[in-house]
Design a protein around this ligand. Structure first.
Ligand code: MN
Length: 458
């Protein structure tokens, strides 16, 4: 099967060129001016930007949290991904204590296999480290799981500093890399206690119990652990200016540190936690939403390439699920949807607004995650031989985000009423048309992605 995309502007991490793209089965076979091919189905994409399929390297589908399970599983979550232009996700397979890493991966394959509408890989969240886990890592990495997640908070998942040191050292030996959730667990516990003693159990207690220094302290500690282990490391979902400063000063010392942030930390602020009628419950995420000055610092860090990847931390719950914490903010399941809206939010409020360039958007949403997570040049670039995962982006379409027009399995939209510009007019997954203008036209096209060791970004 051949498809010829004619007349588009092909975007890469360095800019865009006018070229035609020939897809043959599940691969890109040619990227040149004026391709003709009599056997190909021809699609006119004049005036459209063609991006390499977007990669969301931070999703949580079908995950048990706070006595419930995320509203999106791999069926609905990957449909939501594709409808917005994301053709690959990397979800977190979690090792529950007492399990081998293989058992954790098998669990996540059972959740995802045959159900995914976009391509998918797994990071492995290590919740317990021992001699046997250390030796198992070799096989896991060889089998194509090359990135890992470590938590510095959450009693069921967190590792102590010594274990983080040991894991990082071992991963570096084997060519793996870890992304780390940085918040100081003890401090959050103490400050949650303080809010309770003050009688504040509303959503406004959430940011009050997790102030910016809770993140910055953990980032600083992680970076020192990583320096001792002589390991590269990724700080996931960076939310604060204070945390950014820690990373910048470690980089000045020559440390290899990568940063991820998410649209919610750029576009929403902590004033939502004071909304009446439990509206703030929708925005309970960790780290919490921050202040305008944090947003500003993160936008600047995107513009000057201090941040390498933009993911979503998609972890969705319905209003009903969120209402479990109506009387006590600590019982609200933490997380929000985002896998579907990331491309259009970044295009509208990033590229159109002049805060980042088209090529930066391409790097942040596609090229860099492909490199960092061992999928490049199979993914993350439009080039002969690469996978035919593509987004035909119409930059002119204007529309409004709403719960009514979303694909995710949630009964509200965190960005309700936001005007946006641009749309994923066509989305190709492995050479086949999977979505048009926000609607799925063919599901279950996703394949599991075996990954290589990460590629250094700088
Ligand atoms: Mn997460």
């Amino acid at each position: 099967m051949k498809t010829l995309l004619k007349g588009g502007r092909v975007v890469s991490g360095r800019g865009w060129i006018e070229a035609d793209i020939l897809l043959e089965d599940d691969k890109i076979s040619k990227v040149e001016a004026d391709i003709s091919d009599n056997d190909a189905r021809i699609i006119d994409v004049t005036g459209r930007f063609i991006f390499p399929g977007f990669i969301d390297a931070h999703t949580h589908f079908d995950l048990a949290v706070a006595g419930t399970v995320t509203a999106d599983d791999f069926e609905t979550g990957t449909r939501a991904a594709v409808s917005g232009g994301t053709t690959t996700i990397v979800d977190f397979a979690t090792q529950y204590r007492g399990e081998t890493l293989k058992e954790a991966l098998d669990n996540w394959h059972r959740k995802a296999d045959q159900k995914s509408s976009c391509n998918y890989g797994f990071h492995l969240a290590i919740s317990e480290f021992s001699e046997s886990i250390s030796s198992e890592l070799k096989e896991i990495i060889r089998d194509g799981v090359t990135s890992f997640k470590l938590y510095m908070i959450y009693d069921d998942n967190m590792l102590d500093d010594g274990s983080i040191y040991k894991v990082l050292k071992r991963l570096t030996e084997l060519g793996g890399i870890a992304g780390v959730h940085c918040e100081n667990s003890d401090l959050v516990k103490a400050m949650v206690q303080e809010q309770k003693e003050l009688g504040n159990l509303t959503t406004s207690a959430h940011p009050a119990s997790r102030p910016p220094l809770v993140e910055a302290e953990a980032i600083d500690r992680l970076l020192k652990i990583a320096a001792l282990a002589d390991s590269p490391v990724i700080v996931v979902h960076l939310s604060t200016k204070a945390g950014l400063k820690e990373v910048q000063s470690a980089r000045k010392q020559g440390q290899e540190v990568y940063l991820e942030t998410c649209p919610q930390y750029l576009l929403l602020d902590d004033s939502v936690y004071d909304l009446p009628d439990f509206e703030g419950g929708k925005y309970i995420i960790a780290p919490p939403l921050r202040k305008k000055e944090d947003q500003e610092a993160l936008w600047e860090a995107l513009a000057d390439d201090s941040i390498q990847t933009l993911s979503t931390d998609h972890c969705s719950f319905t209003r009903k699920q969120k209402s479990a914490g109506k009387e006590d903010f600590t019982k609200i399941p933490g997380g929000m949807a985002g896998v579907e809206t990331r491309p259009v939010l970044m295009y509208t409020y990033g590229v159109e607004a002049g805060r980042i360039t088209m090529e930066q958007m391409c790097r942040l949403l596609s090229e860099n995650p492909a490199k960092l997570y061992g999928m490049y040049p199979q993914k993350g670039v439009i080039a002969p031989g690469s996978d035919a995962d593509l987004v035909v982006w119409n930059p002119e379409t204007e529309w409004v985000l709403s719960a009514e027009n979303q694909t995710a399995n949630v009964d509200y939209q965190a960005y309700e009423g936001y005007p946006v510009k641009g749309i994923a007019e066509q989305v190709y997954v492995n050479g086949q048309l999977a979505a048009e203008n926000g609607k799925i036209v063919k599901e279950h096209l996703g394949q599991y992605v075996k990954r290589e060791p990460y590629t250094k970004l700088f």
